[in-house]
Design a protein around this ligand. Structure first.
Ligand code: NFS
Length: 660
């Protein structure tokens, strides 16, 4: 990859170059100016008390360096890691909590602005939570579901509800090593407590609590968010949309929704399409109102509503620099404060909406789920009124790509057999026969420290060539979307022969968009279902599966990586290791975790080596499961995959309905 490239996405790169010519600073320029501090970056800086910050560096630092309190380098590196996990878990946890509060408001009849769109999913979750649902009013069931899920946050003893969805063997490992999460808030609090000055100094013990907090994210906060969002806004199924910074329209009001929580975004999408709003936009000289997404909010409305996406994290300033954005409305997480500065050079209004995420210089309109429509209207009007202020400047790009998004775990199950025979059997069989070599999640942030989105593209492409089914979420899915990778044609053009056959038979792209970052929990559900199906591993650990976050930057990504590692998935993160200063901590997070959980957490800056390590993990897992050795184009016997025609045949008798 060319070093001078800032973004591996052509449209983004054009805008960055335009910005450089016009002296508009972006994260790419700041990344060049702000070199990371090597001490902090490798986990060797301790600032948990005010005797320091202590820098544990020098020859033999691993064994000889001490902070003022006597903390060793492994203690310090482990503490830093655990604090990252706690922060990431807090973020996703709060996201889930807000979604449950919205569900509760709906159930209590406190808001008319949201409904329960997926009753079937509500019942399914009620069933998992042992809540009676048959013959009861929907709102009563919803109230019980919301109340029970809220208990997961404040629980002091016992275990988080969704833990029981994991395969038995996986749960047993967690029990054995003491990492079954009790309550989400409790695990975060304990992680912060243990990492304070004078508390836990044993790196293994610290990291064990880190895993417990991480599991409270994966099987707690994030999973709650995914499931409740599906209940409120519908379980995704494949939908066609567009992706690129070229989605903005010259003759329409462009309103960008950015952040993570979908409640306001969904309402904005609804309200913007109402005649009253369109007429209002027309009265101001625009042809209509065009909504575009960024980051995980984009994923939420892309996979449920087909709203186009302008891309991931590093595209947020660039979207404003098109000069076409009347308003950028943000909720929580991954919002660069820089967008306000950028917006001052254009006519764009930045509107913050969460009490938890304000930015000086932005307009603040507090979101309240009890009057969501009213707030959405106010925001849309601000955008429309701002259309007349649009200036000529801006870097207009036009290229865009089609994407197919919205592969929920329910849909993936359905597509392998229809409503009546939905299962993971065909996928397991295809893996067993070597048609699919393995499954890899290429997920997480895009990062201005590398040619942004480039490592995602490289890995997704190389993996599908190697017959690996790629699943993607978060900004990883945006990276693939804006590159044109989320289409069935990718299978024809680039996938290995086995993967191509499977994709053609069931009509899916070889790179599957599963949703936002919280929707990594869909991968946990899929892995659990595959374990239950038989023929592969009987737990999540040991599957020919790997997780990669090639360009991660957020603490949330670390928390996600760790919950996958604890669940039994080897995980590889790109970039330099945040615990790279300590051999001991690195060893615990790789060898020790692999021994205990069959998962691991690696950091590897070289994309070629990430690929190598990934395929090595997959092939070793295949060998340990005594599966047919993977050879491109040579497959073992397997059941016949059902194609669309066969599936329709089975379903002719009944009105087809996605088996949710
Ligand atoms: Ni995930 Fe979504 Fe993107 Fe990274 Fe941020 S938007 S929660 S953290 S940057 S993938």
């Amino acid at each position: 990859m060319d070093k001078h490239i800032k973004s591996a996405n052509e449209a983004a790169e054009k805008i960055v170059e335009w910005g450089e010519e016009h002296k508009i600073e972006t994260c790419f320029e700041r990344a060049e100016k702000m070199k990371p501090c090597p001490i902090g970056a490798s986990g060797a800086c301790c600032k948990v008390c005010h005797m320091g910050p202590c820098r544990l560096v020098g020859k033999n630092a691993e064994t000889e360096a001490r902070g003022v309190c006597g903390a060793t380098l492994p203690t310090v590196a482990a503490r830093n890691m655990v604090r990252m996990i706690a922060a990431g878990t807090a973020c996703h946890g709060d996201h889930g909590r807000d979604m449950v509060f919205t569900l509760l408001a709906v159930a209590n009849g406190e808001t008319k602005d949201f409904q329960i769109k997926d009753v079937r999913k509500l019942y399914r979750i009620a069933g998992i939570l042992d809540i009676e649902f048959e013959g009861r009013p929907v709102n009563d069931v919803a109230k019980d579901v919301a109340t029970k899920l809220l208990e997961d946050y404040g629980r002091q003893r016992g275990e988080v509800n969704f833990i029981k969805r994991a395969p038995k063997k996986t749960q047993e490992r967690w029990k054995k090593w003491g990492i079954t999460p009790r309550g989400i808030d409790r695990e975060i609090a304990e992680a912060m407590d243990r990492t304070t000055i004078g508390m836990d100094a044993d790196p293994d013990s610290l990291l064990t609590q880190g895993l417990r907090a991480a599991l409270a994210n994966g099987w707690g906060g994030s999973m709650i968010s995914t499931e409740v969002t599906d209940i409120l806004f519908g379980t995704p199924m494949p939908i066609k949309a567009e992706a690129s910074l070229g989605i903005f329209k010259e003759n329409e009001v462009n309103l960008v929704i950015h952040g993570h929580e979908p409640s306001l975004a969904e309402t904005i999408v609804d309200v913007a399409s109402e005649p009253e709003m369109i007429v209002y936009a027309q009265s101001k000289g625009a042809k209509g109102i065009n909504i575009g997404g960024l980051c995980c909010t984009a994923n939420e409305v892309l996979m449920r509503r087909g709203i186009p996406t302008a891309g991931g994290f590093t595209n947020q300033e660039l979207a404003i620099m098109t000069g076409l954005v009347e308003a950028m409305v943000v909720d929580v997480q991954c919002i660069m404060p820089a967008i306000v500065e950028t917006s001052k050079k254009f006519h764009t209004k930045v509107i913050t909406t969460s009490e938890k995420a304000k930015i000086p210089g932005a307009t603040h309109i507090s979101f309240d789920e009890h009057k969501a429509r009213e707030i959405a209207k106010e925001i849309i009007k601000i955008a429309v009124d701002n259309f007349a202020n649009r200036k000529k400047e801006g870097s207009h790009v036009t290229e865009k790509y089609p994407v197919i998004a919205g592969f929920s775990h329910e849909y993936i199950e359905y597509m392998q057999g229809g409503r009546w025979r939905a299962s993971f059997r065909p996928l397991n069989d295809a893996i067993m026969a070597g048609r699919i070599r393995g499954v890899v999640g290429v997920v997480g942030c895009d990062n201005p420290r590398v040619p942004a989105t480039g490592t995602h593209k490289f890995l997704a492409m190389e993996l599908i060539k190697n017959d690996v089914l790629v699943i993607t979420t978060g900004c990883g899915s945006q990276a693939c979307g804006i590159a044109g990778y989320l289409t069935p044609e990718m299978a024809l053009d680039h996938a290995g022969p086995g993967l191509r056959e499977v994709c053609e038979a069931i009509g899916i792209p070889p790179v599957l968009h599963l949703g936002a970052c919280v929707d990594n929990t869909r991968i946990l559900t899929i892995a659990s279902a595959m374990a239950g199906e038989g023929g592969l591993s009987d737990e999540i650990g040991g599957m020919p599966a790997v997780g990669i976050a090639p360009e991660w930057m957020s603490e949330k990504a670390i928390a996600i990586g760790c919950y996958f590692a604890a669940s039994g998935v080897p995980v590889i993160f790109g970039g330099e290791s945040p615990v790279g200063s300590s051999e001991e901590v690195t060893r615990i997070m790789t060898d020790v975790w692999f021994e205990r959980f069959k998962g691991a957490m690696h950091f590897e800056p070289d994309p070629e080596k990430i690929l190598e390590l990934t395929l090595d993990y997959i092939d070793k897992a295949r060998a340990a499961l005594k599966l047919k050795k993977y050879e491109p184009g040579k497959f073992g016997a397997e059941r016949v995959l059902m194609d669309m025609a066969a599936r329709r045949e089975i379903e002719r008798a009944a009105k087809p309905h996605i088996g949710l």
